[in-house]
Design a protein around this ligand. Structure first.
Ligand code: VGL
Ligand code: ZN
Length: 215
């Protein structure tokens, strides 16, 4: 995929910082390898954007996406649900738990909005825009009302929440650019390679933080 090497940010751009929560960090319940390395890069990026939105995976205990909610099923197995295939995850990002908190080193005060997703007991939501059953989170309307046309994305995990947020933002006709070095992947059964080709197919641009941070 071609990457973009120099990018000017303006008032119609927003940065979406996805799921930088303790449970996705090394040692967390659903650890993404090297996920902590994203935090300082995300901080640096946030300083360059007037419009910053954070997301939080925000599940009730006993959520349907947890393997523990399905007798006889193990973590990382896939089951069929009314809205499509669902990977079964370890219990993670449970509302009001330490694991659901944003990483303590993230400069959260720079954000104007925090979007929570996956809070309905029977519906997962990798995307910050659209839950797995197609219901909107409200983020599209928020961005449109604020005149945002292009959304830069970083965070965890490249092959789940970043991928789904990027593809649903494209469906809503936003320009989308993923900042590759500010993301890390879970990479379950080749999911990172398929995420990259899926994003390319729908016109998601790829860049690196230096293209934005360079003077
Ligand atoms: C995520 C799996 C389950 C993510 C969230 O943030 O990428 N992955 N829930
Ligand atoms: Zn989740």
């Amino acid at each position: 995929m071609d990457t973009i090497d120099r990018i000017g940010i303006n008032g119609s751009d927003a940065l979406l910082v996805i799921d930088l929560q303790n449970d996705f960090m090394p040692g967390g319940a659903l650890a993404v390898p090297y996920g902590n390395e994203v935090v300082p890069v995300a901080n640096a990026l946030m300083r360059h954007f007037a419009n910053v939105i954070l997301t939080e995976d925000w599940h009730p205990a006993g959520h349907l996406s947890f393997a523990s909610s399905h007798a006889g099923k193990g973590v990382f197995e896939t089951i069929a649900l009314p809205y499509g295939d669902q990977v079964l995850w370890p219990d993670h990002c449970i509302q009001d738990s330490k694991g659901a908190e944003l990483h303590a080193g993230l400069e959260t005060w720079r954000a104007q909005l925090i979007v929570r997703k996956g809070y309905r007991p029977h519906v997962d939501s990798y995307s910050a825009f659209t839950e797995a059953d197609g219901k909107p989170t409200g983020l599209t309307g928020y961005l449109r009302e604020r005149g945002i046309r292009r959304v830069f994305m970083c965070g965890l995990a490249t092959d789940y929440c970043v991928l789904w947020s990027a593809t649903s933002a494209r469906k809503e006709r936003f320009g989308v650019i993923v900042v590759g070095d500010a993301c890390r992947a879970i990479d379950l059964n080749g999911s990172l390679a398929s995420a990259r080709s899926e994003m390319e197919k729908v016109g998601v641009g790829m860049t690196h933080s230096g293209a934005i941070l360079a003077p």
